[in-house]
Structure formats: C-alpha cells, structure tokens
Design a protein around this ligand. Structure first.
Ligand SMILES: O=c1ccn([C@@H]2O[C@H](COP(=O)(O)O)[C@@H](O)[C@H]2O)c(=O)[nH]1
Length: 263
C-alpha cells in the first residue's frame, strides 16, 4: 500500500508517528558505536526494531549516511529495504531540488520499482521554482510515491526567506501544490511545516485539506506533540517526527519504544 492509502485508513484521533533515523556523530558516540557506515547501520537497525509496530513511518536523514560515501549509501539502501520488509513506510529526507532535468535524475534514484533506493516518500525543496519539480512529481504520481515539499521549515533561519513577499513565498508554494493536486488526484503532494510553527501548520492544513504534513521539530528543537494536537480533528494528517530525542533514549530498544510512545 502507498503512504497515502495507508494514512487514509489510519484512525483520525492520533497523530502519525515518524521515527527519525539520524546517525549523528554524537549519537553514535553516545551509543558506543563507531562513527562509520557500519556504526550508522547498527544504529539504524536498532531504530527500526524500536519503530516496528510503534510507528508507521521512519525517516532516514540521507545526509548522515551520505557523509560516509559509498559505504554510507550501501548501509542506507539496506536499511530502506529492511524497513519496507518490516512493513514500515520509508520517507527519505533527501531535500532534493534542482533544474527539471536534474530533478528527473533524482527521482529515478528514489521513486518507483526500478529505483535503486526505492522509498515510499521523499522530501524536496521548491526554492529553485515549484515548476522545476515537475518531473519528480510526475514520477511520484505514476508510481504512487508521496512527496513532501518543504514550505515552512522548523528552523528559525528559514523564516526570512519563506515569509518574504506578499503573499508570503511559502503561501504561494502551498497554492502551487493545491493547483497541481487539483489537476491530478490529491494523492501525491503534501508539505513540510515545522511543529515549531503551529500557527503556520494550522494555516497549511486549511489550505490543503487532503494533504499530509511532515512536522519535524519535536524534542530537540523544542516543539511538543501538545503544540499541534488542537490544530485539526483529523490528527493523522500531522506526521510528527523526532530524531535526536528518540535516539537519546537508546540504545536499549524498550527505552526508545517508550520515547516513541510519548510522541
Ligand atoms: O524543516 C525541517 C525539515 C527537516 N528537518 C529534519 O528533521 C530532522 C529533525 O531532527 P531532530 O533531531 O528531531 O531535531 C532532521 O533530520 C532534520 O534535517 C527539520 O528538522 N526541519
């Protein structure tokens, strides 16, 4: 089942849990693991074990694997396959975005049965122009993958750029998403809006009533699940992600599971 289909069938009354897989140098060291691709793999497998039956989605942050070069990509590819075998949906936090021809190449890496690192969903950045994402959006539409477009990021440094202009830049990106989806099936594109900016998440939930939202920032960046719980009765549309805070509960699987239950 696709991410859209799975979440459509989820109960309304619970936030969708997303377990971030961020093998940072600090986390690997705290877990007593080497800061290598092998260490990242071991860390990720433990996070998958904790996520299994406790969350619907896992979100590997690609950068933390990429830093180990080819070995890191090998570990990431294995982790993605393992997670999908376990029935977890995989969202690659890759934040791809470029001119259209290059975006097309990115989409072939991640989306569809022929992709070497096939995932259920990917993050992209629209700040080279929403229209430049078209080849990737078309591939997602054709293959049933889901795309989270970064609109309003969780970090304070994003505000000046994203709120620039009138209408605000990020509001016009939401409109671009709405227009693209209206011409298709409303099953392909959602957005990233930080849990750290709940009033903006509320705005986005209203503008895109059929979409799902990745809401990072729970834990280490200061947001709490309660900050977003009152925003909509259809709570499953908010995919709350926590990465470093969950990892900090480890390496014991049951401790990570307890931390997951708290989000
Ligand atoms: O706006 C955004 C978009 C993506 N992220 C990513 O989510 C996790 C957050 O990690 P924490 O440890 O829970 O802070 C990380 O991979 C970011 O790259 C985000 O934080 N904000």
């Amino acid at each position: 089942m696709t991410l859209f289909e799975t979440l459509s069938k989820a109960p309304y009354d619970a936030l969708t849990r997303c377990v971030g897989i961020d093998p940072t140098q600090d986390t690997l060291s705290a877990w007593g693991l080497d800061d290598t691709a092998a260490g990242a793999r071991k860390f990720a497998l433990t996070m998958l074990e904790a996520a299994h039956n406790n969350a619907s989605i896992v979100k590997p942050q690609v950068a933390y694997f990429e830093r180990f070069g080819v070995e890191g990509y090998r570990a990431l590819t294995d982790i993605i396959k393992e997670a999908r075998k376990m029935g977890l949906l995989v969202l690659a936090d890759a934040k791809r975005g470029d001119i259209g021809s290059t975006v097309d190449a990115y989409s072939r890496a991640w989306l569809g049965n022929d992709a070497p690192m096939q995932v259920d969903a990917i993050t992209v950045t629209p700040y080279l122009g929403f229209a430049s994402l078209a080849p990737l959006l078309e591939r997602a539409y054709d293959t049933g993958a889901y795309v989270f477009v970064v609109t309003r990021s969780s970090n304070p440094e994003g505000t000046a750029l994203q709120e620039h202009g009138s209408p605000k830049l990020w509001h016009s990106i939401l409109d671009d998403i709405a227009n693209w989806e209206a011409a298709r099936n409303n099953k392909t594109i959602g957005a990233v809006v930080g849990a750290t900016v709940p009033e903006d998440l509320k705005y986005a939930l209203d503008v895109l009533p059929n979409a799902y939202f990745l809401a990072p920032g729970i834990g280490q960046q200061g947001a709490k699940p309660d900050d977003v719980k009152a925003l909509t009765p259809d709570l499953k549309r908010i995919i709350v992600n926590s990465s470093r805070r969950l990892a900090a509960a480890g390496p014991k699987v049951s401790d990570i599971q307890t931390a997951i239950e708290q989000i």
